[in-house]
Ligand binder design. Structure first.
Ligand code: SF4
Ligand code: FES
Length: 691
């Protein structure tokens, strides 16, 4: 790329032309230009005028946020004129801005406050009465004080470009201008919390965080959104040992600067109905008795031993139910435990189709999605099933994006926020699109970059990979595994049994069921007294009465580092932000302790190297080479078995999305009061407007 010459404040620079605007170029050269309405990831509005600079050949100052850098440009960013302009703009913005900084939640991170201090005057000339604006109802997450709004329109652009389309906007003109909803419904977006971060003043703040703390009191820890498989980067902010806020951490490879409302507002669930010590259930009165760890583990082992004496092949009656948000280390120890004793593992979904890495890792990297020229979505309601991938696809449909993406959708009707063409319902439609000679096939064949998105657990997902004609060499197939823990499960090859084996397993009573962060009891209609159920997890669940033993474990924000692989095979770390509450212990340590205690009283076990923690850890390093480094796309794992390769078949199925509600689809969001409020708000909203 050729370099051009640029003179800023009498200093000459030789710069490349790869950065689009003057404000970005100055930032790279460490020259600060103040701004309110500019954001790198949003379209340019140029309406605050705070970034005015003097440029040669221009009779008037120009806005740096929408001016392109050209060769031999001479720029003044700190002339007397520019300083005066900035002072006047701040004075103008403060005319109607209330002086309520001491009670404003934005205090300490308010752009207007900071820039007034640096560029503002020490007095104002406005003596009239300030205007006031009515607050708007943006739902249970966002508190609005619209009198503070400076009309930068960042919130409007975010909602329009990434979320719900034109739902909010600037209403009125001149002194009556205000930001509001075009209709009187609440803001219904899975990403709405991001406008809190974007707002440069205290007009939009977080309702659950209101008056809880000042920004300078908080300490941030890097972590991950484990509620979907994208692995969005987050910052967990704590004061002492309490989580007060969750914010996005910028990572241009994954989530850019955005996170979902689910991870942003879920943190109240980490403390609610918390399991702090082990409990056993008194069989006589169904009451829970608190016990020590030593007693709890001994009780577990004793039940295993008693039952194993009754049955010859006892471990055929032992099953581990693993949750779908478990980290790599926990999955590794579950796998070792299962291998040692031939235990059956069961998780939520029927994963018989997943037998190559291609079945759960996407072909297209997350940061490449926006460069697709054509996208075909099969039965995925991405808006609620994977909002970050949906955001990337929506971004690629903007008129001002690098390339314009055309979207086709096959599947049941959904309430999508992307303009797409629905071209069918089932596999039949997919095959006709791929093999027929209609205009869509022509478009697909001639598109520069086509991506197909589908779900890993569709019954014919594997066949689907083999369905694509070889002439379509430009197609990237992306079979999305929706849960973070499921990717870890496949990556470490912790196989689930086939449906036939599960049906067979249902008949094997008495049994021991060991639930690890798996909070939904299966409706198998088994006689309860014949089953010993152990629950290992963070919170008491709705099925509390059915468990015989509770073992408290830490969650992903507590105790120690957890590793997760995301849907593009990037291994990342979730660092702990608070200490382990009560006597909870991390999952892998509990599983290892159970394994060790069982070994001590079970002479049938042959391989004692399984019981050596150091040996286990070195094995884990071998299986997970990135354990010591992270953040990169990982390519070195072993392949899953390929037994289905020869005899795949194509079965006609209707593509139907699985997740019904975004706000209670996992064990944390189900117990979060903040997230459950949205359902209440939405039902009132709908009932009210249906009157
Ligand atoms: S509410 Fe905040 S983000 Fe939206 S226009 Fe006003 S100042 Fe900007
Ligand atoms: S930042 Fe350039 S006009 Fe607002």
């Amino acid at each position: 790329m050729s370099n051009i010459s640029l003179k800023i404040n009498s200093k000459t620079y030789s710069v490349s032309t790869d950065v689009y605007t003057l404000i970005q170029r100055c930032e790279l050269l460490s020259i600060m230009i103040p701004r309110f309405c500019f954001h790198e990831k949003l379209s340019i509005a140029g309406n605050c005028r705070m970034c005015l600079v003097e440029v040669n050949n221009s009779p008037k100052p120009v806005v740096a946020c929408s001016t392109k850098v050209v060769n031999n440009m001479v720029v003044l960013t700190n002339s007397t004129l520019i300083k005066q302009i900035r002072e006047h703009i701040i004075e103008f913005l403060l005319i109607n801005h209330p002086l309520d900084c001491p009670i404003c939640d934005q205090g300490g991170e308010c752009d207007l406050q900071d820039q007034t201090l640096i560029y503002g005057s020490d007095r104002g000339r406005f003596k009239e009465i300030k205007r006031s604006v009515l607050d708007k109802n943006f739902g249970p997450f966002i508190k609005t004080i619209m009198t503070r709004c400076i009309h930068c329109t960042k919130c409007v652009r975010f909602i329009e470009e990434y979320s719900m389309g034109a739902t909010i906007g600037t209403l009125g003109r001149g002194g009556n201008t205000e930001i509001g909803l075009y209709n009187n419904h609440i803001l219904k977006s899975e990403l709405s919390g991001n406008i809190i971060d974007l707002c440069p003043v205290g007009a939009l703040t977080s309702k659950p965080y209101a008056f809880r703390a000042r920004s300078w009191e908080l300490i941030g820890t890097e972590s991950l959104d484990i509620f979907d498989s994208c692995g969005s980067n987050i910052i967990i902010q704590t004061r002492g040992n309490e989580i007060l806020r969750i914010l996005p951490k910028r990572n241009d490879n994954i989530n850019e600067s955005w996170i979902t409302d689910q991870i942003r507002f879920v943190y109240d669930a980490f403390k609610k109905q918390r399991l702090l010590i082990p409990y056993i259930k008194n069989q006589l009165n169904n009451k829970l008795l608190p016990v020590s760890w030593k007693f709890g583990i001994a009780f577990f082992i004793n039940n295993i031993v008693v039952l194993s004496k009754k049955k010859p092949n006892f471990f055929n009656h032992f099953s581990i139910f693993s949750g779908n948000m478990l980290d790599l280390e926990s999955i590794f120890f579950i796998k070792q435990f299962s291998l040692q004793y031939n235990i059956i593992n069961i998780n939520n979904t029927n994963w018989n189709n997943v037998n190559t890495r291609h079945s759960y890792i996407m072909d297209t990297k997350i940061n490449e999605i926006e460069f697709n020229t054509m996208t075909l979505i099969l039965g995925l309601d991405l808006k609620i099933e994977s909002p970050i991938i949906n955001l990337k696809i929506k971004k690629s449909t903007h008129s001002n994006s690098f390339v314009k993406n055309i979207i086709y959708y096959i599947g049941a009707c959904i309430n999508s926020n992307i303009n797409s063409n629905q071209i069918g319902l089932s596999t039949k439609s997919l095959l006709s699109v791929l093999y027929a000679k209609n205009h869509i096939t022509f478009f697909i064949k001639n598109s520069k970059k086509l991506s197909i998105f589908s779900r890993s657990d569709f019954k014919n997902a594997y066949s689907f990979n083999n369905t694509i004609p070889s002439s379509f060499f430009k197609i990237s197939t992306n079979l999305i595994c929706l849960n973070s823990g499921d990717i870890n499960t496949f990556e470490l090859n912790l196989q689930s049994p086939t449906k036939i084996l599960i049906n067979d397993f249902k008949k094997r009573i008495p049994s021991i069921f060991y639930f690890i962060e798996f909070d939904q009891l299966l409706n198998w209609n088994l006689e309860t007294s014949s089953i010993f159920r152990v629950y290992q997890g963070n919170n008491f669940s709705e099925n509390i009465i059915k468990y015989n033993l509770f073992l408290p474990s830490t969650n992903f924000t507590e105790g120690s580092i957890r590793l997760y692989m995301n849907c593009e095979s990037r291994i990342q770390r979730a660092y702990p932000s608070v200490t382990s509450p009560g006597s909870s212990i991390k999952n892998s340590n509990i599983i290892y302790t159970v394994m060790l205690s069982l070994y001590d009283c079970n002479s049938s076990v042959k391989n004692n190297s399984f019981m050596n923690l150091e040996h286990q850890k070195s094995l884990m390093l071998w299986f997970i080479p990135s354990y010591k480094k992270s953040g990169l796309v990982e390519k070195t794992f072993f392949l899953l078995n390929n037994t289905m390769k020869e005899n795949f078949w194509i079965k006609n199925i209707n593509y139907i999305p699985t997740i019904k509600s975004f706000y209670n689809n996992n064990l944390y969001s189900r117990i979060s009061s903040t997230l459950n409020n949205i359902n209440l708000y939405r039902s009132i909203d709908t009932n009210f407007f249906n009157l």
